[in-house]
Design a protein around this ligand. Sequence first.
Ligand SMILES: *Cc1c(COP(=O)(O)O)cnc(C)c1O
Length: 403
Amino acid sequence: MKNTVADLAVLGGTPTFPQVLQVGTPSVGERSRLFERLNTALDNRWLTNGALVREFEERIAELAGVRHCVATCSGTMALQLLYQATGLTGEIIMPAMTYVATAHAASMLGLTPVFADIDPETGCLDPQQVETVLTPRTSGIVGVHLWGRPCAADELEKVAKEHGLTLVFDAAHALGCSHQGRRIGGFGSAEMFSFHATKVVNCFEGGAVATDDDALAGELRVLRTFGITTDGRSLGVGTNAKMTEASAAMGLTSLDAFTETMRHNRANHARYCSALRGCSGLTVVDFDEAQDPNWQYVIVKIDEAVTGIHRDLVMRILRAENTGAQRYFSPACHQLEPYRSQRPVPLPHTERLAEQVLALPTGPAVSAVDIDRICSIVRCAVSHGPELADRLGPSPTRPFAIS
Ligand SMILES: *Cc1c(COP(=O)(O)O)cnc(C)c1O
């Protein structure tokens, strides 16, 4: 435990953890089940377009409360197929407080991401801000359920309907969550999930689109498979965005553990909240039980004006202790290339939040004792903010780490 600044590894103390404790240590579930599934695929000599992917799709559709799930090789490809299949053109409006893939998937198709500011309370796209950036070229809106907190989907639906726009969602963080009694997965035309290794359910790499639209699901399946239908007809240009059987085997095994992962993460979140209570200038982002949170992330906001220490310096201090804190999401998308050069826009609420956010380790690999240790570092850093800022100086600007 870190009681005084002299204990901190950044000032010569012993690092708290011998090995790096990551924010998104993969949830692998029961290894024997994974190997059983892989053995079945190998025994059958069936490595793609198979039963494991179909089973994974069925289970995700059920979890998302929709008729269709189309699994893909990554969340980014799921987004790209979704933007394409919904016929988006010109400009699409989205928040900048998201992973850069939300925007890049649009740029890859020649669409222009237009960033609108967030509601500072939720961190999610503000429907009123959407209205301020509409142009005759706008064809759609992308909502992002940041950290698994549902965005204002109903208000966005209203705006989309009023202006004849397509509405889709990046639900990469929101597997298993709900909004006003409705499952995430069923809002707008469709919603995308990511099963990247660091997400709460993983397929090594993987993604999916969830939708209740039969025609859209059909279109996505064709786009995913070279533009060719299951009965061999060619309908146009498509790509190869299929999920492999090995990925589905991992996904199913990780899904088997999902309830237990959430239970563990919920207890972790509660532990962080109580251990950091009363830490002035620091807030732990909370979740609403009524929205079935998956507790995937523990996010703290550090207000330098109160603590006297910038988030980046707290991150540097944590990393010296082998605590792998991450800035989800900082810089925000509009501060990254090519957007910052091509279409500079001021987004005051987004920029303020991007200065403050820090994701701390959670997941099945993180124990209550780990959390107590991490919180002692955070408390020590934040309560000696000005002194540490003075001794350590400004953090070197780091390149944005891709998780
Ligand atoms: C992880 C993530 C993505 C990208 O998903 P991949 O599966 O890594 O391609 C997109 N958007 C958000 C918000 C994410 O967190």
